[in-house]
Design a protein around this ligand. Structure first.
Ligand SMILES: O=C(O)CCC(=O)C(=O)O
Length: 293
């Protein structure tokens, strides 16, 4: 196993590293039947509060360190871009692997307020795929171009994936909140057309019917609130020209049993899982099994 050396890689730990989420009441976070039905019909469900103000503040403190490229644990990222667009006027900080580096981002994966709705939407046990940070600074924050998440994930199958986007700031249409095309989760799998530059590049691959149905819905959320979306949901977000940052963490999960579709490593710095074998082990922990007491 060719792993980067680090004394404190939290991926070795599959339980809480801190007490940040210890007081969470699981029962308060179950989705209603109406919310689950809305997700199945529209491809998303929004507005659930997953983090308290204190948890948001703790995650913001950890996040602030990540913006300094010299931070401790930097060798553990699977991907780390201080500006994925390459354009200083349209900055998108984007990184995968925070759960390995700081206890708050680690423990957020086991937060019952996240895990219980995720199990309902996946209709089964929840296994970790990877995390992401998407942050847009004040005034010169860039876009996340329209895309489907599964376009980036075809190295795993079948398609039983789920994304949870959690705001670490209030997100509004002005500062670049996530936007959805309701119903697009029933569309075909679209090719990758880019993530951080041309917002509308996806139009090159849409049918006339899809262009006709392209009616974005902004999802405005308070810090600590979340939105879940389907892996084929077309979504994106516009630039941030306000005086406030727009920071977010994302947890991507799969239903237990999703397999690797390649012999190559699924993430940078992680040992390969053979084609046809289920995701498992140190980097892909089972987060929650609703059938276990
Ligand atoms: O944070 C954003 O604006 C977009 C996030 C995103 O693309 C995702 O959660 O899949």
């Amino acid at each position: 196993m060719n792993m980067p050396a680090s004394s404190n890689d939290l991926s070795r730990l599959h339980s809480a590293a801190s007490d940040l989420f210890s007081g969470v009441d699981p029962e308060g976070h179950r989705l209603t039947d109406e919310q689950v039905a809305f997700f199945r019909e529209q491809g998303y469900v929004s507005g659930m509060r997953l983090l308290t103000d204190a948890q948001v503040e703790a995650l913001r403190t950890e996040l602030q360190e990540f913006f300094d490229p010299g931070h401790e644990g930097r060798e553990l990222w699977h991907e780390y871009h201080t500006n994925e667009s390459g354009d200083p006027d349209n900055v998108l900080f984007h990184a995968l692997g925070a759960w390995r580096i700081r206890p708050g981002f680690h423990d957020a994966l086991w937060n019952p307020a996240f895990a219980i709705p995720a199990a309902q939407l996946l209709a089964g046990p929840v296994r970790f795929w990877h995390d992401q940070l998407f942050c847009k600074p004040a005034r010169h924050g860039g876009v996340v171009a329209w895309h489907q998440d599964y376009s980036y994930w075809t190295r795993t199958e079948p398609l039983s994936h789920l994304t949870c986007w959690i705001g670490l700031d209030d997100a509004t249409a002005d500062n670049g909140c996530i936007q959805y095309i309701p119903g697009s989760h029933t569309w075909n799998l679209l090719p990758i057309t880019g993530l951080a530059n041309d917002m509308d590049a996806i139009f090159q691959v849409l049918t006339d019917e899809q262009k006709e149905a392209f009616r974005p819905v902004p999802v405005q959320l308070k810090a600590g609130e979340a939105t879940f979306h389907h892996p084929l949901m077309v979504h994106g977000s516009y630039a941030n020209r306000t005086d406030r940052p727009r920071r977010a963490m994302v947890i991507n999960v799969v239903r237990d049993g999703v397999r690797s579709a390649t012999d190559a490593p699924l993430l940078a710095g992680v040992p390969a899982i053979g084609q046809g074998e289920a995701l498992d082990g140190r980097f892909f922990p089972l987060l929650y099994d609703p059938s276990s007491p």
